[in-house]
Design a protein. Structure first.
Lengths: 310, 310
């Protein structure tokens, strides 16, 4: 008898309950899934949303793994009571959503869509946009999500330059690393996308200096994490016209406060953390596969490296 | 000595002159390219823009082919003086531009971008869009441009249904034909894209009945030809809320008159015929290749079938 505790805010249960039961069935796993288990020591696995009230993992002495429903685990990775193996979510649905959001907003900037869709259209002033092959897009972060976006954008013909903490090799993508690589990317790209995890090393990565190193007139898209950007420095770069526009999906405080200067800024598009969301059906299959692996002694997928932070 | 007449409005010459000379050189062709040739009978090839003043082709008795710089040849296909072989333009640059425009606007509708980019953003009301895999896109026209768009959209996971005059087979695309096929497509697709040529058979294809056959709340994108749509029927379908929105790039009269009801309609986005444009570099290579073929007796590419009209 395997016991799994579903530890996430109320609203997640109806979304995930049936999907998890189905995925466990498909994987041939006999699991009792509950929202509460009387004796913490009886819990074998914790299926966990990082915004849940549970933050003390020490009573779960028999727990073999904590499986995050989120891709971003920065809220719990440094929790000293969490000594069990931790897995983050790498979900096909989340990846697909991120690719769609990033490609949609990159094409929006590339084609100048706002010029036609908003406010006062420009009449018959024909400005034919350049082709993707004449445009460079920079992607900071080449993990599962960033590399999927890079591949799709390269498929349109964009020249894609990627940057990551460790050197990657991706066909058709210029892969850079280190401070020099980042400066090079920022000087080249007309559109820059941030898909890095939140770690101490990425906090305020886009500070005043790095924003100033971007091409004049460039656009910034952040579907990654709010902490990647120094908000005041971004506002200053937009206000002085160095950057043309920013589209932001993630923020240091969410929901973004009503009176935050991003809200009404004419050069900022705010989306309410919708770029990519875990989809219950595909996420449930990932969790079932990881429990199957743990039970048969195979290495689990997407184990978090505590020293790296993701 | 091969003589080619460049017969297009004034503004096209500086764009095309150098590109054509370069392409002829690369193809090893010795061609004298001129904007005027004293004796029409001396002209071997006419490189032609369908909006040029030349409409009487009968003096060009030695002309081996007329090569259109445009993909759409409806203005000249029925010209009784044009008895020479006619080739339309199938340009890699034009294809790339069409794929970028169509994908950009399909993703704009799919992700609901206008909700965030225009006017009054909705605050933190989180409506996560469905994934592409949960959405059907219909494409009318599966020629070089339509099939390229279909392939790219299918790559995102969209369920793509295509319709064409003759039955096509494209991997991963549901290919339909005939009136029944069109009705089926219109009933299924949440986003419909028109990429058909202008022929007597496609005139007013999207009439009141076909617009009524579309899914309630669907969106229509027309980067094809203005004549494909019955304008008044489209306005009526938008006004009664049956269709949610239309993005139109081509019109019966261009530039679209200032006072046309499409201009200020809250459910219409007008773009000034910028979806796809022939790019001089790649188009010049197509023309050079076709002259090379004609000179060596090989069949020319993209010959227009006068009975089909394209």
């Amino acid at each position: 008898m395997i016991r799994a505790l579903f530890s996430a805010p109320e609203a997640a249960w109806p979304q995930y309950h049936a999907a998890l039961e189905r995925a466990f069935d498909e994987a041939g796993l006999k699991i009792v899934l509950s929202r509460a288990i009387a004796r913490p020591a009886d819990v074998d696995y914790i299926i966990y949303a990082p915004n849940d009230a549970l933050t003390d993992f020490s009573p779960y002495t028999g727990c073999k793994a904590v499986m995050s429903l989120w891709a971003g685990v920065e809220r719990i990775v440094a929790n000293p009571t969490l000594t069990q193996p931790l897995c983050r979510m790498v979900d096909e649905g989340l990846r697909a959503g991120m690719v769609e959001y990033v490609t949609g907003h990159v094409l929006r900037y590339h084609l100048g869509l706002d010029r036609y869709t908003c406010a006062t259209p420009p009449g018959w002033d024909r400005q034919v946009p350049p082709l993707a092959r004449d445009r460079t897009v920079g992607i900071l972060g080449l993990g599962a999500l960033g590399s999927a976006c890079a591949r799709t954008l390269a498929g349109f013909g964009f020249h894609v330059v990627g940057w990551s903490q460790t050197q990657k090799t991706l066909p058709g993508i210029t892969c850079l690393t280190g401070p020099g690589g980042l400066t090079h990317l920022l000087a080249e790209a007309e559109i820059v996308v941030l898909i890095l995890p939140a770690t101490p090393g990425t906090e305020n990565l886009m500070n005043a200096d790095r924003l100033a190193a971007m091409r004049p007139g460039a656009a910034l898209i952040n579907p990654g994490r709010g902490t990647l950007i120094d908000d005041d420095a971004l506002l200053a770069a937009l206000d002085r016209g160095h950057l043309a526009h920013a589209t932001l999906d993630v923020f240091r405080t969410e929901p973004l406060p009503e009176n935050h200067p991003f809200r009404a800024h004419p050069r900022v598009t705010v989306t309410p953390h919708i770029a990519a969301e875990t989809r219950p059906d595909s996420a449930a299959r990932v969790i079932a596969e990881n429990i199957r692996r743990a039970e048969t002694g195979e290495p689990m997928l997407y184990r978090v490296d505590r020293t790296r932070g993701y």
